[in-house]
Unconditional design. Structure first.
Length: 87
C-alpha cells in the first residue's frame, strides 16, 4: 500500500474466518513495528467492528508522521472497513 505522501507500507495480512478477524502486521518498516487487528462481532442485534492499533516506534526512531496524520488515517481505515462490512 502507498500512502498519500508516497510512503510504501508493507504488511503481512492474515484472515481468520472462524473468528472474523483480520491481522495486518507491519513488515520491514524502518520506523514502526506492530500490528492492527480488525474483528467483526455481533452483539445486541447489531454488528460491530473492533479495530485495534498496536504500533510502536522502534528504539531511537523519531515519529515519521504527526499524530493528526495517524488520527485521520485510522478514521479513514475504519470508515472504509465499515463500508465493506455493510455492503
Amino acid at each position: 500500500m502507498e500512502t498519500a505522501q508516497g510512503k510504501v507500507i508493507r504488511e503481512l495480512i492474515v484472515a481468520e474466518p472462524l473468528t472474523l478477524t483480520v491481522i495486518f502486521k507491519s513488515y520491514q518498516d524502518e520506523v514502526y513495528s506492530g500490528f492492527v487487528t480488525n474483528t467483526i462481532f455481533e452483539e445486541d442485534d447489531g454488528v460491530y467492528l473492533d479495530y485495534t492499533l498496536n504500533w510502536t516506534l522502534k528504539p531511537g526512531k523519531p515519529a515519521a508522521q504527526p499524530d493528526s496524520f495517524w488520527q485521520e488515517t485510522i478514521k479513514n481505515a475504519v470508515l472504509h472497513a465499515k463500508q465493506l462490512a455493510e455492503s
